[in-house]
Ligand binder design. Structure first.
Ligand code: SAH
Length: 230
């Protein structure tokens, strides 16, 4: 008998083993969450069969759902606790927010494309996620209403860490973001807020994310030039 959900569960467990564990992701909360969230439910029909491939996949509005390994690496670098409130900039499909929601208390996920906010909301509602709040707006300004956050994850690459995001971290909080002077080439950076004006910063290597577009990111017109034409 052909059971598609069973096939996806096998592919998901294989992905966790081959793409995450074998490459050094050891955080059991992250591995468990990645083994639960059905990535196939966050991609559109033509890509479902490739949901567990080792790379990013297209989602609406010319954006991408991150490679599973990169999502797991970024979430592990947040060192999440079950009581944490997390801000995500770049909700996209809602997949990473779903993974984080299994590990932390609440996820506030900001997305600049209204169409993607609707898309993520549909995906997350269909799976009955309750501890995720989707917000439509420019995440380079953070989301002051629910600040401060224990952790902030930015899923798009910007020229520098936006000041509002530093301000909206608790002392002791962690932020992970792709930072780079080129729009499609960045370094993965983790900030720790050590005090009111004190941060430590560490580089976790080269990454390639879609551009962070907004008041404290890349301007919209420049970003368009390097985005694929529809
Ligand atoms: N975490 C997503 C991947 C998103 S890709 C997932 O799991 O599917 C990055 C997303 O960042 C895109 O959807 C893009 O529209 C969004 N983005 C870019 N600049 C933004 C900004 N200033 N504020 C909020 N979202 C932004």
């Amino acid at each position: 008998m052909y059971d598609r959900d069973f096939d996806f569960a096998v592919m998901r467990a294989t992905m966790v083993m081959a793409q995450l564990k074998e490459r050094g992701i050891h955080d059991t909360a992250v591995l468990n969450a990645m083994n639960i969230v059905p990535r196939e439910r966050f991609v559109t029909e033509p890509y479902k069969a490739y949901a567990y491939k080792d790379g990013p996949l297209p989602i609406p509005a010319n954006q991408t759902i991150s490679q599973p390994y990169i999502a797991a690496l970024m979430i592990s670098l947040l060192n999440l606790n079950p009581t944490d409130r997390v801000l995500e900039i770049g909700a996209g499909s809602g997949y990473a927010a779903a993974v984080i929601s299994h590990i932390a208390r609440h996820v506030y996920a900001v997305e600049r494309h209204a169409a993607l906010v609707d898309y993520a909301r549909e995906c997350l509602t269909a799976l009955s996620y309750k501890n995720i709040t989707l917000l439509h707006g420019d995440g380079t300004l953070g989301w002051p209403q629910f600040a401060p956050y224990d952790a902030i994850i930015v899923a798009a690459g910007g020229p520098a860490v936006p000041p509002a995001l530093r301000d909206q971290l608790v002392i002791g909080g962690r932020l992970v973001m792709p930072v780079g002077h080129e729009q499609r080439k960045q370094r993965l950076v983790r900030l720790y807020r050590l005090g009111q004006d004190e941060f430590s910063e560490k580089d976790y290597g080269p990454v390639a994310f879609v551009p962070l577009i907004g008041a404290k990111g890349w301007p919209m017109r420049e970003a368009r030039k390097s985005e694929p034409r529809p």
